[in-house]
Design a protein around this ligand. Structure first.
Ligand code: ADP
Ligand code: ZN
Length: 524
C-alpha cells in the first residue's frame, strides 16, 4: 500500500508521482545526496533504476533539472512518459523545428519545466549555456557518463567538454550515471568531469538470476535452435550476431524451424526495424535476431534468454547485452557459442581497422579479457565481476560451476603445437598447422614438403576439434598470436619460450564434445 502521508519528501515523490512503494538498492541515498546539493557518481547496471536518481532530486529542488544524454532517439519517449505522470519535461535536440526549440527555451527561462533533456553538442553551444545562465537550475545529470572515456566504444568528444558545467555553474549539483563500471572508466569519469568530491555509489553488478553458459561452436544456428527448443520454447529472447547478413539468415532459419523470429539491424529500413522492435516489446514469445544495434534503452522485463552466435568484442559489451535478459528477476540464460574462428575474425577486425596503434592495443586487451572469460576453468561469474572490480565467490549458477570442466596437464600437447608452428616457420594458419600435427596428406602439405618435418604427425592422437580448442587456449594464455598481415599465420610470443624449453607447465581445459543440456526449465 502506498503511504501518501509519508514524511520523507523523496519517498513522497516516489509514491505519489511515480507510483512506486519503495526505493530500490541505493536509490534513496543517491536521491538524498543530490537533493541536498552534493555531487554523485552512480554506477548501476542497466535496468537498475538510474533515472529516478536524478528525476526525483530535480522535482525536489528549485529550478529545472538538466539531463545530458547522447540518446537523442529516446528523448521523446522519456518526455512522453514523464508527461503522463504529470512531470513537466521537454527536450532540446537536432530533431526539433526552430519553433519547437524556441518554445522550449522560453519554458526553461520562465521556470515552467521540471526536467529538460539536452544532447551534449547542443548544451555546449553558447546559446544554450547563456540560456542556462539566465535560468534557475536544479541539477545537472550526465547520463551515459562513460561516453567521456576515450578508450570506450561509446566515446563522444563533446562529453569531455562537459567539465565546463562545473566551472560555469559551480553551485549546481551534478550527478553522473553509467552502467559501465570497470575501474579505468570510473577514474576517467571522475577525472574528466572533475567529480573528485562526488560521492560514489557503486551497485553490485551481479545478476544472480542469469545463468552464464559458453559452449564450443560447431554449427551455431543448429546449436541455438536446439537451445531454444530445449530450454526456452515459446519464450522471448534475443539472438546476437555480428553481421547483418547473418542476422537475416539466422532469423529465416529459426522461422523455418518453427521459432517465431524477427530481424533487427541498422541496415534495415527504419519503419521495418521499428515495427519489429514494437512487436518484440508488445507480443509474447518472440525471438529477436539482431546486431548490437538492438538494445540500447530496450526495457522488456521478461526476456528469458540472450544468445550470442559470435564473440562480443569486450566483456563490457557481453555484460550489457546479456544484461537484457531476466530484468524481472526470474531465471534467465546468457548462452554463447564460440570457436577459434571468432578469435581469428575479431583479431582481423582490429588489425584492419583504421585506428591508431594505442587504440588497437586497447581493443586487443579487451578481446583478450573476453577470451579469458570463454576459456576459464573457474566460475564465469567470478571472472565477470572481477573484471568490474567486484570480488565474489563461485556462483553455482553458470556452466563451469554446474559442470566443472576437466583440466589436465597439457604441457606436452602444447609443446607439440608450439613446435609445429616453429618448424613451419610461423607462416601458416590454424588449419594447416593442425594438418601438420595430425599428419594429414594434403596438397598444401606436399607442396611445402611438410610431410618431411619431424613434427609431421606427432599429434595424430588428438582430434581436429581438440587441436582447435588447444590453439584457442594458447591464444588466451598469450603463448601464440595471429598475424593478419600474413594470412592469419600463427606466431609464437615470448611467453612460448619457457613452455617449449620445459620450464613451465600448462594446465588445459579438456575439449568437451558439445552436448545437449539436460536441464529442465522448471521455473517456479
Ligand atoms: P536504468 O536507467 O538504470 O537502466 P531505469 O531507470 O530505466 O534503469 O529503470 C528500469 C526500470 O525499473 C524502469 O521500468 C523503472 O520504472 C523501474 N524502477 C526503477 N526504480 C524503481 C523502484 N524503486 N521501484 C519499482 N520500479 C522501479
Ligand atoms: Zn559460477
Amino acid at each position: 500500500m502506498l503511504n501518501p502521508a509519508s514524511s520523507d519528501p523523496a519517498l513522497h515523490v516516489l509514491q505519489t508521482v511515480f507510483g512506486y512503494a519503495s526505493f530500490r538498492g541505493q536509490q534513496a541515498d543517491i536521491v538524498n545526496q543530490v537533493a541536498r546539493g552534493g555531487d554523485a557518481l552512480v554506477l548501476m547496471p542497466t535496468g537498475g533504476g538510474k533515472s529516478l536518481c536524478y528525476q526525483i532530486p530535480a522535482l525536489l529542488r528549485d529550478g529545472v533539472g538538466v539531463v545530458v544524454s547522447p540518446l537523442i532517439a529516446l528523448m521523446q519517449d522519456q518526455v512522453d512518459a514523464l508527461a503522463e505522470l504529470g512531470v513537466r519535461a521537454a527536450f532540446l535536440n537536432s530533431t526539433q523545428t526552430f519553433d519547437e526549440a524556441m518554445r522550449t527555451e522560453r519554458a526553461v527561462r520562465n521556470g515552467d519545466l521540471d526536467l529538460i533533456y539536452v544532447a551534449p553538442e547542443r548544451l555546449m553551444t553558447p546559446r544554450c549555456l547563456d540560456l542556462l545562465a539566465a535560468s534557475k537550475i536544479a541539477l545537472f545529470a550526465i547520463d551515459e557518463a562513460h561516453c567521456v572515456s576515450q578508450w570506450g566504444h561509446d566515446f563522444r568528444p563533446e562529453y569531455i567538454k562537459l567539465s565546463v558545467l562545473h566551472e560555469r555553474f559551480p553551485e549546481v549539483p551534478r550527478i553522473a550515471l553509467t552502467a559501465t563500471a570497470d575501474p579505468q572508466t570510473r577514474d576517467e569519469i571522475v577525472h574528466r568531469l572533475q567529480l573528485d568530491d562526488a560521492l560514489q555509489f557503486v551497485s553490485s553488478f551481479d545478476r544472480p538470476n542469469i545463468r552464464y553458459q559458453i559452449v564450443e561452436k560447431t554449427n551455431a544456428r543448429k546449436q541455438v535452435l536446439d537451445f531454444i527448443r530445449d530450454e526456452h520454447p515459446g519464450e522471448a529472447g534475443v539472438v546476437y550476431c555480428l553481421s547483418r547478413k547473418k542476422v537475416e539468415e539466422t532469423a529465416d532459419f529459426l522461422n523455418q524451424n518453427g521459432v517465431e523470429a524477427l530481424a533487427y539491424h541498422a541496415g534495415m529500413e527504419l519503419a521495418v526495424r521499428s515495427a519489429n522492435q514494437a512487436r518484440f516489446l508488445r507480443e509474447d514469445g518472440i525471438v529477436m535476431v539482431a546486431t548490437i544495434a538492438f538494445g540500447m534503452g530496450i526495457d522488456k522485463p521478461d526476456v528469458r534468454f540472450v544468445a550470442h552466435l559470435d564473440l562480443p568484442k569486450s566483456i563490457e559489451g557481453y555484460y550489457q547485452e546479456t544484461g537484457r535478459a531476466g530484468r524481472d528477476g526470474e531465471p534467465a540464460d546468457a548462452w554463447m557459442a564460440y570457436g577459434l574462428q571468432d578469435v581469428v575474425q575479431q583479431r582481423r577486425m582490429i588489425d584492419e581497422s583504421e585506428a591508431d596503434i594505442q587504440f588497437k592495443r586497447l581493443q586487443t586487451a579487451k578481446l583478450d579479457a573476453m577470451l579469458g572469460l570463454c576459456e576459464t576453468l573457474g566460475c564465469r561469474r567470478v571472472r565477470l565481476l572481477d573484471y568490474f572490480g567486484q570480488p565474489s565467490d563461485p556462483c553455482g549458477n553458470c556452466d563451469t560451476c554446474l559442470n566443472p570442466p576437466v583440466s589436465f596437464d597439457g604441457t606436452v600437447p602444447m609443446q607439440k603445437l608450439l613446435s609445429a608452428i616453429y618448424r613451419t616457420e610461423q607462416r601458416f594458419g590454424a588449419t594447416h598447422v593442425i594438418d601438420v600435427l595430425r599428419g594429414v596428406d594434403s596438397d598444401k602439405i606436399k607442396q611445402w614438403r611438410h610431410d618431411g618435418l619431424s613434427v609431421f604427425g606427432i599429434g595424430a592422437d588428438v582430434g581436429e576439434a581438440e587441436w582447435r580448442a588447444i590453439i584457442r587456449q594458447a591464444i588466451a594464455l598469450g603463448l601464440i598470436s595471429i598475424d593478419h598481415d600474413a594470412y592469419s599465420a600463427l606466431k609464437l610470443t615470448e611467453l612460448a619460450r619457457p613452455v617449449l624449453r620445459g620450464e613451465q607447465k600448462v594446465q588445459l581445459r579438456h575439449y568437451q564434445k558439445p552436448q545437449k543440456s539436460r536441464r529442465q526449465t522448471g521455473r517456479s
